[in-house]
Design a binder for this molecule. Structure first.
Ligand SMILES: Cc1ncc(COP(=O)(O)O)c(C=O)c1O
Length: 393
């Protein structure tokens, strides 16, 4: 690594997260790790840790991502969550990739292809999100009929995706009801994998009785979604309001709090490459974005918006002290420091002293957006015990 800006990924933490979730929500047979977009920015190598932690299926967005995962997971089955163009069916079959069937037309066209080997497929139902999937029960029944006629097609799974967590609205309940209606004319029990929940619907609801699998994304990467009910007048009033709303709309009971002990595994570091003394009235950065208020020092750090970092991140830590980011550019940020800071000092953008939670709140975003903001220009250094492996993308 020449430029000392890198993400440090602690695989052991991810393994522990997987174990913790599977241990506490142990009523499923299939734990599908959703590792799209480079495993939520962590680097596909982490699938090995997730598998060690008990994840026994993986899911990604595209065939490209599935082939990246295959390099790290030779045996574990991989589901592509979006429809793959049938032009590329050979690449899917040759790499033992499971496909999503999201429409009746898709399965009709797939049925016309002479397949060399068996192909595992999952049927995606649209229960209300209006993104992907079959939306009416006759089409579900017809799709299953076509699949059953074809001895190369293995209907391994059926699934849907929840648009909301349902803790504050009735859409979760509606979607669950829609799933039951869409599947009432097929024999659900003959399909091994039935998976509906994602991380936050899993932890906020009773187990769906007929579900045999769950798709886990953000919880594996350290976010349990647990929310304290709080005490004091404000919190009490908020809870009364919420309970009245739930009652009025007959929303099934949900849990705000859970006991999952999860940790984030992603830290971002850089170093100081230049320091200059500045006087009151001088400007710093493009568009004179900062005007120096009193004599001080500016440290330049080689991480910028091309890496996903802007001055809105707020602060960095150097020598255990927090300093304010005052300007940004494509490749560098400038930080207001004092005379204790030296060239080559290590800089933490987030990790141990500045938590991901703190940064995501400051940016008014969620963890998924924050992780995927950090671009592939930043090498991921995978740490397991004492071993460190740098991966460039
Ligand atoms: C279809 C599907 N299932 C599961 C997930 C995982 O969701 P989460 O990260 O909330 O667990 C995603 C992520 O966006 C998804 O698109």
């Amino acid at each position: 690594m020449y430029r000392k800006t890198y993400a440090r990924i602690d695989g052991k933490i991810l393994e522990a997260n997987a174990k913790e979730i599977i241990g506490k929500y142990n009523g499923f047979q299939y734990y599908i790790g959703v590792v799209k977009n480079n495993a939520y920015g962590h680097g596909m190598k982490v699938v090995q840790n997730l598998i060690k932690g008990g994840i026994n299926y993986l899911a990604v967005s595209s065939l490209e991502e599935a082939l990246q995962v295959r390099k790290y997971a030779l045996e574990t089955p991989i589901l592509v969550l979006e429809p793959v163009d049938l032009e590329f069916i050979d690449d899917a079959i040759n790499n033992r990739i499971t496909l999503t069937i999201d429409s009746l037309d898709y399965i009709k066209n797939l049925h016309k292809i002479e397949l060399p080997y068996e192909l595992k497929i999952h049927l995606k139902l649209d229960t209300g999100m209006n993104r992907l999937g079959i939306k009416n029960s006759k089409e579900v029944k017809d799709a299953v009929k076509i699949i059953r006629k074809n001895d190369k097609l293995v209907l391994e799974g059926i699934y849907t995706h929840f648009a909301t967590t349902g803790v504050q609205d009735f859409y979760y309940d509606r979607q669950l009801e829609n799933f039951k209606n869409l599947t009432k004319e097929i024999d659900l029990s003959s399909i091994p994998m039935v998976h509906l929940d994602r991380s936050l619907t899993l932890v906020t609801h009773e187990k769906i009785a007929f579900a045999t699998g769950v798709r886990l994304g953000i919880s594996l990467f350290g976010f349990s979604g647990s929310r304290k009910k709080g005490s004091g007048i404000k919190a009490t009033l908020r809870n009364i309001k919420r309970n009245l709303y739930l009652k009025k709309h007959h929303i099934s009971s949900t849990y705000l709090e859970n006991s999952l002990q999860l940790k984030t595994a992603f830290s971002l570091y850089s170093n100081v490459i230049s320091i200059r003394k500045v006087e009151k009235g001088e400007i710093v950065g493009y568009n004179a974005s900062y005007k120096v208020k009193e004599q001080g020092y500016i440290a330049t750090i080689p991480v910028g918006y091309a890496d996903g970092i802007t001055k809105e991140f707020g602060f960095v830590t150097i020598r255990k002290k927090k300093y304010k980011i005052v300007a940004d550019a494509m490749d560098m940020i400038m930080v207001l420091v004092d005379d204790t800071i030296k060239i080559k000092d290590k800089v933490e953008i987030f990790g141990d002293t500045i938590s991901i939670n703190e940064v995501k709140n400051r940016l008014n975003t969620n963890a998924q957006h924050l992780f995927t903001k950090i671009t592939t220009r930043v090498p991921r250094v995978h740490v397991e015990g004492k071993e460190e492996i740098e991966i460039k993308y």
